[in-house]
Structures are given as C-alpha cells and as structure tokens.
Design a protein around this ligand. Sequence first.
Ligand code: GLV
Length: 463
Amino acid sequence: MPVITCIEDLRLLARRRVPKMFYEYADSGAWTESTYRANESDFASIKLRQRVAVDIDNRSLVSTMVGQPVSMPIALAPVGLTGMQHADGEILAARAAAKAGVPFTLSTMSICSIEDVAENTDAPFWFQLYVMRDRDFITRLIERARAAQCPALVLTLDLQVMGQRHKDIRNGLSAPPKPTLANLVNLATKPRWCLGMLRTKRRTFRNIAGHAKGVDDLSSLSSWTNQQFDPTLDWDDVKWVRDQWQGKLILKGILDPEDIEPAIASGADALIVSNHGGRQLDGALSAIRALPAIAEAVRGRMEVHLDSGVRSGQDVIKALALGARAVHVGRAFVYGLGAMGEAGVTTALGILRKELDVTMGFCGLRDVKKVDRSILGARYVLSASRGAPRRGCRAGSRPARAGSPAPRRRPESRSRRAQGSRNSRRRSRRCSRSRRPRPPAAARAWPPRCAAARAPCAAIPAR
Ligand code: GLV
C-alpha cells in the first residue's frame, strides 16, 4: 500500500484503480485544457507571507456555509458519475463528508439517486440541479430533493451546452461501460472496481432513469446533455427555481462581475465562482483569478464560494484570502474515492484539513474566519508566467510525469534578437512620447496589487 501524503498521491492511486474512461472523465478539461491547467497554476503563482513569533495555539477551522455550521470551509462539489469512480460512490462520499462535518453535494448526473443517498446516510446533503427542457421533471427533482430534506440546492448555470472533452470521446464514455474489446481489456486490470460494481445495483444515472420521459440514450452523458439540457436558461428561469425552492439557493458557475447584479436580484443566498473545473469554456479565466473582482462586485450582499483548481489546504487559504467564504472540491475527493472508497474521501478531507490548519499557523493566524488579504504580501507574489505550465510544474504537488522532458527553449536566431531589440526601442519611444511609463511591476503582478499598499487591488489584469 503506497504512503499517502497529499491529494496527488490519491490521484496516482485512483489512476491505477479506476477504469480509464472514468478516471479520465474526472481528470480532464475541455478542448486544449488550458483553463483546466490555469486553475491549478494560478493558485501556485500566489505566494503567502510567513509570520513568526505569534501565538498560534488552539487554531480553529470552524465556519459556516449558507448558515450551516461546518468543521472547515470546504464542501464536496457535485461531480457527475461519482458512482462510477467506485461502486456506490455518492453514498460513500456523503458518509465521509458527514463524518468530517462538511457538506456533500449530490449531482443531478449522479449514479446513486437522491433517494439512495437519503436512505443510506444520516446527515443532510445538498442537491445540485441542472435546468432541463422538461420542466415537469425539474419540478419533480426539486420535490424529491425537498422530500430528502436537502437544506441547499446548488443550481449550475454553466453547463447548458457541454464543452468537448477529447478524452471522453476517445474513451467512448458511457455508464455502464459498453462491452467493447478495449473496455474489457482495461476492466480486466481493475478487479477491485469490477467486484464492487458486481455487488451493487447502482450502475446508471438513477436520478433520471425511470423518472424522465423520452430519454433515448441515457448511457452517454454528452448525448443526453445535448438532448435534455435547456439552452434557453436565463435569469427568469433562475427566479422560477428560486420560487420553487424554499431552502438555501446557491448559484454555481459565475465567473464575470457583470453577472453579479442579476444573481443577487434572483434572491439566491450564495454563488460559486467556478469554470466547472476547466471542463466547459476553454480559455476562460481560472476561478482564483476571477475571484477578487467577483468578491468586490458582490460587496458582501451574498456569500461568495469558489471551486475549480483546489488541490491543497494552501489553495483553500489563498481562496479565502482573495474573498471566498468557502471552497468546493471535486477532483480532490473523487481521487480519494477512486483510490480507496470512503476511506479515501476521509483521507482527502484529512489532508486538506491538516494543510489548511498548519498553513494558517505559518501565516500567523488562529481563526480561519480571520483569513484575509493581509496574508498575501506584495513582496510575496510572483507575476503569473505566460501560459499555464503543464502539470508537474507545481512545486511540491504534482511531479512531472515520468518520461516527459522539460520543454527546451529554441535558441534565438540573430535576426530574431535584432528584431526584439528594434521592438523594445520602438516601445520605449512610444512610452516616452505619450509620457505614459509602464506600470510598476506590482501593478502588473498576479494577483493584482496596489503599488504602495500591501493589499491587492480589485482590478484583474488581462493575461
Ligand atoms: C458534469 O458536471 C460534467 O462536467 O461532466
């Protein structure tokens, strides 16, 4: 049994134990995966201030999310097909979350149904809703969530059409997997997974199977999404959902400050700054980069949460510092689930808790609710590199994949160098003509900083 020290260890174990199509379903982004990578690398580019000789005994991570007490400001995000990472995955993850004192969110596109999770767990869980063309079905889904006593509904707004994930196409993603030669060969190497699946009856989208009308091909996520998800969804529909649901309402997928006023007007209690883990709009800002401007635009009128890219307790504290009240983790718990079932989710949450706790201490704080921008000093921030590095570039986290050589810089030719210095002379002439000096490095840095003060500015520089 390998020693587990961080979420990356769980990822590597999950990659060994989960069938390729489901492991890659989780570990993928849309198209070139640039936003998927930026979600992680932008976190890595933010630096923390180390403080010393401050009393950091008796640290506390307790907080609240939409009024619900939590043992730390982390919720498990809704992840489609969680029950294909491990048999009965949603039930196991919900149990681990309850034991850890954090919310679990069940996806509409889960394998275990609302009723399955409610019958097999004690603690209340949150339910995530997609708006589909069949409004009767949506009304019934909301009723089912109410009957299961879910205290919060997470309404996803960024998946009315689906981003293309090349790996899913190549793998022929379906639940359950089709008995093709490639799948059978791969399944033969995953005996634990197969045994678990043989022992459960939960192998398809049980929130939908037997509940929705006119569903032709439920096994394929993308074809079902294309048929059923409603691309006409607008803010009136959000208000319609608000009217149907008396519990807490959380809007997921907000990335632009212009969407804040309608979000607040809809009557929702919280929003989640998210780009769906880089699985939808490839080229969108990373969630952590989008966060400061969103928090600024919200001005405390609703709770701001963040998901997308959180793989460590250090990431959690950075998100809190930049204005989030809490974060939601998807892959971080899914890797644990795929690696070791319920124990793996417990391990993942334990890792995040310890990293958050110890990091908070290093930053000289004792109470997670007091984390603010002062832990990110100007001198401790590196400007973002151009283009998100590929995985493996994040210090101490994801090691470079074996056999992938470091990218080599092409030697510059003499004419390119000459062209470069001509361009830089032109730039400096333009600058002195317009008397507009280049902004100081601090203003160009990521996260955005005030030149004089230590606190970051709200403006988001273009990448
Ligand atoms: C569903 O939420 C997906 O990203 O596949």
